[in-house]
Design a protein around this ligand. Structure first.
Ligand SMILES: Nc1ncnc2c1ncn2[C@@H]1O[C@H](COP(=O)(O)OP(=O)(O)OP(=O)(O)O)[C@@H](O)[C@H]1O
Length: 706
């Protein structure tokens, strides 16, 4: 193994130039980027400044090869030249199985062997294990080549399972304008290439048609022309294959970007907005995302090809024997096609509305099914469904009628009209065979273009209808996020029981008003309240008095109408939602919380990095045991790795509430808000769980009934 820094020492960036390395990689990759302004708190913030997301690459040493193959562009963190040096960075542009391109500190691109990068990443482990391995090898009689190989193999074996902070993968943020994302992923370039390839392919088809038509109509076809025809057809094959390949790649990339964007939009939705929409409507939106992707991709490509074909068909018609008449007939038929597609669009919108409404009702019905089975007379379970089905069937029939006209009438009607326009030229006998061949070719080409454009536009209509439902998710992704760079003053340690100075105020609530709707009476009115670091506070009140609402405003889950909520003197807008949530963790009331169908470890470590480190799992298990979950951990065959939730181990009510508690306590927040978290526990377990919360939460707010 080569020494970690020697082969690429001149190609690495000092960590102090991380921002510049980021900017350089962005520029070389041809991505739209803003100018980098130095002085950011973290690399993640610096990346955000450049319109990127820097995702930490936390892997095991054994996964370095996979990492190098899949994470570019990335900033890789390697060990400094000597153990005392700060770490250095490699700006990885792209990589294949053997080589990688990196951007050097003088902003040039260099090719390096992938093995060199791998060795550089192992450099972190060299410092720790190198000397010991060297000691083992010193006692072994080996040639220097074998020694190097044995050293590399031993080191890899030693550290295979150990974690490595390998740097950051750089991704264009899903919140940047979608066109920029498409451009950056090379989709626009591929669309351009596809369009040109289609134009060439049509021109060649036309040439082939002209060659064969000319021969057929003139009565003889010599061998030379036949060869030319065969050659043109053979050339078409690779062009079509290449076009289909590009088209496929462009669809996959664009689809992926769209899904990422929608996912971000879903995560950006305000919880109250989600609640007011209902599960059915949200699911409807998510389903429509797939329809948007399929129909828009298909419709977009087909329409693009159709436009190319139209652009060729019209001049060919004009070159035929009945030039102007043929073109006018085609334009008139196109207008007729347009009116049919307009009618189709209106009916599709009505049909998709009926379909989506039924989906929403069905989901809501499924969610409430258990309650219905227990509470409602079975004769009323399906009330209203017949009416909805009848409306849907009628909308489907209306759509089918216009669809039949589009697919059946349009192409056949055009053939009749197109040949009718050519008829005088055929009858007159004055037109040359070449002209007649071009005329027939034009009619056929126009038919193909017409069929394609109707197929493309009908798909686009479907995409548009689906878009109406999916757009809120797409738009939510573009919501400007509050800066995450703002830092709150460092935490100072509380003195147990001592009167805390003013500076220790953690959360300051002043004249807070909150109402659920603008016209409704406020649920919280003029609340002024202060929590100091280390305090444990009990919030009590009768049912419906606004305790949970208050907790959710403090946790940043709801936005207040008036007043101030300050965390160490800064409001949520200045700190940004992620920073706010890092400092305040909440366990919402039971019905607002959820066990995800995942492992127990995943559920309790939800607020931390995933995959977890060994120490995360250890802490999670300790907290679970402190909360009295030891017996259930013992019962589960997989322990912490047992799958829980709807499809897994069904946790009891009290067990679930302690999982929610563990989840909140494990987030490492400064303030933990527990909303009726102890209500479902027996007195003994309640005492145990409360002791754990008191011990682990730096500051605590407990909401409970008197
Ligand atoms: N979306 C909403 N629109 C209008 N009012 C609402 C809405 N959601 C909740 N409320 C009302 O706000 C009030 C406060 O609710 P909150 O859940 O905060 O009370 P609570 O004190 O936690 O009650 P409990 O002890 O029963 O859990 C209640 O009267 C509730 O009905």
């Amino acid at each position: 193994m080569t020494s970690p820094s020697a082969p690429i020492a001149s190609l690495v960036w000092p960590s102090s130039r991380a921002g510049e390395a980021l900017e350089s990689i962005v520029r070389v990759a041809g991505r739209p980027a803003r100018t980098f302004l130095p002085g950011h708190a973290s690399l993640e913030d610096a990346a955000r400044e450049l319109g990127l997301e820097a995702e930490p690459l936390s892997v095991r040493y054994g996964d370095i090869d996979v990492l190098l193959g899949t994470s570019a562009p990335a900033l890789l963190r390697i060990a400094g030249a000597s153990p005392s040096d700060e770490h250095q960075l490699i700006a990885l542009l792209d990589a294949n199985t053997k080589r990688a391109h990196i951007v050097t500190p003088d902003h040039t691109v260099r090719t390096v062997a992938l093995a060199t990068l791998r060795d550089a990443l192992y450099g972190h482990a060299e410092g720790v294990h190198g000397a010991r391995i060297e000691g083992i090898l010193a006692r072994t009689p080996l040639s220097s080549r074998d020694r190097t190989r044995a050293r590399a193999a031993l080191l890899r074996e030693q550290v295979r399972e150990l974690p490595l902070d390998a740097g950051w993968a750089l991704r264009i943020s899903p919140a940047t304008p979608f066109l920029d994302q498409l451009r950056s992923a090379g989709v626009i370039r591929m669309l351009r290439a596809t369009t040109i390839a289609h134009a060439v392919s049509f021109a060649l088809s036309l040439l082939a048609w002209w060659v064969i038509g000319r021969g057929a109509l003139s009565g003889h076809l010599d061998r030379g022309w036949l060869y030319a025809w065969a050659l043109v057809l053979a050339t078409l094959v690779p062009i079509r294959v290449l076009t289909a390949w590009w088209q496929g790649i462009a669809s996959v990339r664009a689809g992926l970007l769209l899904k990422q964007r929608m996912l971000l939009g879903a995560l950006n939705l305000v919880p109250d907005a989600i609640r007011s929409q209902g599960t059915g409507q949200l699911l409807g939106r998510v389903i429509e995302v797939d329809a948007v992707e399929d129909l828009a991709m298909h419709g977009g490509f087909v329409s693009l090809v159709a436009l190319v074909e139209l652009g060729i068909a019209v001049p060919v018609l004009a070159l035929g024997p009945s030039g102007l008449a043929s073109v006018l007939a085609f334009v008139a038929w196109l207008a007729f096609a347009g009116s049919l597609i307009y009618r189709f669009a209106r009916r599709w919108l009505a049909w998709s509305h009926a379909r989506i409404t039924m989906t929403q009702d069905m989901v809501e019905g499924m969610l409430g099914h258990r309650t219905r089975v227990a509470q409602e007379d079975s004769t009323h379970w399906h009330d209203g469904e017949d009416r909805a089905l009848a409306a849907y069937a009628e909308a489907t029939r209306a759509l089918d009628r216009v669809n039949t006209a589009i697919t059946g009438l349009l192409p056949r009607g055009w053939m009749l009209l197109g040949f009718a326009a050519l008829a005088p030229a055929f009858m007159g006998g004055a037109a040359s065979p070449e002209k007649l061949a071009v005329g027939i070719g034009g009619v056929l080409l126009a038919r193909s273009a017409l069929m394609r454009i109707t197929a493309g536009l009908t798909s686009l209509v479907g995409a548009l209808a689906a878009w109406k439902h999916a757009a809120p998710l797409f738009d939510a992704a573009a919501c400007p996020k509050a800066p995450a760079s703002a830092r709150i003053p460092p935490v100072t340690t509380a003195h147990d029981g001592a009167e805390l100075p003013e500076a220790m105020t953690l959360l300051d609530v002043r004249h807070l008003d909150f109402r659920y709707r603008p016209e409704a009476a406020p649920v919280l009115r003029d609340v002024t309240f202060r929590i100091r670091h280390g305090e444990r506070i009990l919030v009590e009140g009768p049912s419906g008095s606004g305790k949970s609402t208050f907790g959710s405003v403090l946790a940043g889950l709801r936005t207040h109408d008036a007043g101030l909520v300050l965390l160490r003197g800064l409001d949520q807008k200045s700190l940004g939602a992620p920073t706010w949530r890092r400092h305040i963790a909440a366990a919402p009331q039971f019905h607002e919380n959820h066990i995800l169908s995942e492992t127990l470890a995943f559920n309790v470590l939800l607020g931390r990095r995933w995959p977890p480190r060994r120490e995360d799992l250890h802490e999670a298990e300790t907290v679970c045991r402190e909360l009295g979950l030891g017996p259930v951990l013992e019962k589960m065959p997989g322990g912490l790795m047992e799958r829980v939730g709807e499809t897994g181990w069904q946790l009891s009510h009290g067990e679930r509430s302690r999982v929610y508690l563990a989840r909140a306590l494990l987030q490492g927040a400064e303030l933990v808000i527990l909303d009726e978290s102890f209500a479902s526990l027996d007195p003994e377990t309640q005492k145990q769980a409360l002791e754990c919360a008191m011990k682990r939460a730096p500051s605590l707010v407990v909401i409970a009934h008197p």
